[in-house]
Ligand binder design. Structure first.
Ligand code: SF4
Ligand code: SF4
Length: 124
């Protein structure tokens, strides 16, 4: 091996001995998600007008909007995190948050209900 290569290698080895590891000890330490990660969709239901544009924009039919009942439903297991619903929402009440939904034993959907004096979230 050339002398310069040997010095480069020795430098890297020494540097790595004192550097913080590039990996985290997940699941013993919480995972750190990048700020702009497309993790999951959240709806600030108080601002939603149930126009249904997000339902129409969704390529995987993960969203169902029922204006008459005042419900907005998402099946997180059908969502492919494309962000179409977020960019198409006229009230900007949809956001793409970092962090994945936790795994589950059933493919439950999440329904948000808005009435004149109440806001609720239900799973089925
Ligand atoms: S596009 Fe926005 S305002 Fe319209 S139903 Fe979807 S979340 Fe509500
Ligand atoms: S991010 Fe894409 S796939 Fe997920 S609910 Fe929105 S439009 Fe549908």
């Amino acid at each position: 091996m050339e002398k310069t290569r040997l010095f480069t290698l020795a430098g890297r080895i020494t540097g790595n001995l004192f550097r913080k590891p590039a990996t985290v000890k997940y699941p013993f330490e919480p995972a750190e998600y990048p700020e702009r990660m497309r993790g999951h969709v959240e709806n600030r239901i108080a601002d939603c007008i149930f126009c249904g544009l997000c339902q129409r924009a969704c390529p995987s039919a993960a969203i169902t909007v029922n204006r008459a009942d005042g419900t907005w439903t998402i099946n997180p297991f059908d969502c492919v995190q494309c962000g179409s619903c977020v960019s198409g929402c006229p009230k900007k009440c949809l956001t793409m948050e970092s962090g994945y939904r936790e795994p589950d034993t059933v493919k439950a959907s999440i329904t948000m209900i808005k009435t004149d004096n109440d806001i609720k979230e239900a799973r089925d």
